[in-house]
Design a protein around this ligand. Structure first.
Ligand code: XIL
Length: 311
């Protein structure tokens, strides 16, 4: 049978999804996931609030369950994530600034060592930028300045030298102030010999707004010698979605897939979730939904057929 993963693999790429531990008990969801996807990103289970809820006490059970599931179903794993301002337990943000670096390094070392050999890649720093291209003034920036990013990458590389190390963010899919700032940072990291392998373009789009510069933007990062990946694709529609909306969504998904196919160093596309029933969009963007390629009953939408045609 046709599957996104077999079509992607024939082109040297993968097609992925995000799964949470609770998704694993939904057999309708998992039968689609098992058939279609060969890469899996844990939706929440490797984030700091789950893995180190209090200082020095680690909980890898939920992440381990997802890794076992992935192994059993021949999916590789994108580790997500080691350092992020969100889903960060309050003990980290309340540390005195002179203790944040040690806490960050211990967290990265312990988690990346635990999953050594089991993850294809790590989103080492997630969402470091504001939309205007300045760095977020989060706990890490406030303690260490912009150097926290290089420090995090070096620490992750020491723990798992074979994992591909990524910076991952949203609204960096096209050429704009935010992606320009990231591009400058990455040039400087490379010139300093900091270990970095890839850029994750989250790709949480609004219907009809896939940037026309997405392919050129991926190509400029690839030209620095990096992999690029579409890491969290969805395309939200103001509800109720019309059939014209679903046709536009198919156009949007095909455009993203074609952009990735056109860039050799684009390693794959991952959707954020399997279907509309498990998507995070309705809970976070009021009035929006229908953002994935499968409907509420895990039946394929026009976006799925457009991906098959593109691949
Ligand atoms: C989302 C999850 O899907 C939700 O379950 C959670 O409540 C919030 O985070 N960017 C990211 C992902 O990098 O980790 C986010 O995932 C979506 C936005």
């Amino acid at each position: 049978a046709t599957s996104l993963k077999s079509l992607a693999e024939a082109k040297g790429k993968y097609f992925g999804t995000a799964l949470t531990q609770s998704n694993l008990s939904n057999s309708t969801l998992t039968s689609v996931a098992n058939a279609q996807f060969d890469m899996m990103t844990p939706g929440n289970e490797m984030k700091w609030d789950t893995t180190e809820p209090s200082n020095g006490s680690y909980n890898f059970g939920p992440g381990d369950a997802l890794v076992s599931y992935a192994v059993a179903h021949s999916m590789r794993v994108r580790g997500h994530n080691l350092v992020w301002h969100s889903q960060l337990p309050s003990w980290v943000s309340s540390l005195p600034t002179n203790q944040v670096q040690a806490a960050m390094e211990a967290h990265i070392t312990t988690e990346a060592t635990h999953y050594k050999g089991q993850v294809y890649s790590w989103d080492v720093v997630n969402e470091p930028y504001n939309d205007d291209g300045t760095l977020r003034q989060d706990a890490f920036y406030n303690a260490m300045g912009s150097g926290y990013i290089a420090d995090a990458l070096r620490t992750a590389h020491a723990a798992d030298p074979n994992a591909k190390l990524y910076l991952n963010d949203y609204n960096i899919e096209g050429e704009n102030a935010k992606s320009n700032a990231l591009y400058s940072l990455v040039q400087s990291l490379i010139s300093q010999g900091v270990p970095i392998n890839g850029i994750g373009l989250e790709s949480h789009f609004i219907l009809g707004q896939v940037p026309s510069t997405m392919q050129a933007n991926m190509a400029r990062f690839a030209a620095l010698g990096l992999d690029v990946a579409v890491t969290e694709l969805d395309d939200r529609i103001q509800l109720p979605a019309s059939s014209a909306n679903l046709a536009q969504q198919a156009t949007d998904f095909a455009a993203v897939q074609n952009d990735c196919l056109a860039v050799t160093r684009c390693v794959g596309v991952s959707q954020w979730g399997v279907g509309d029933a498990d998507s995070w969009i309705p809970g976070f963007f009021s009035g929006y939904g229908s953002a994935t390629m499968y409907d509420q009953n895990y039946q394929p939408k026009p976006a799925y057929n457009a991906l098959v045609a593109a691949l």
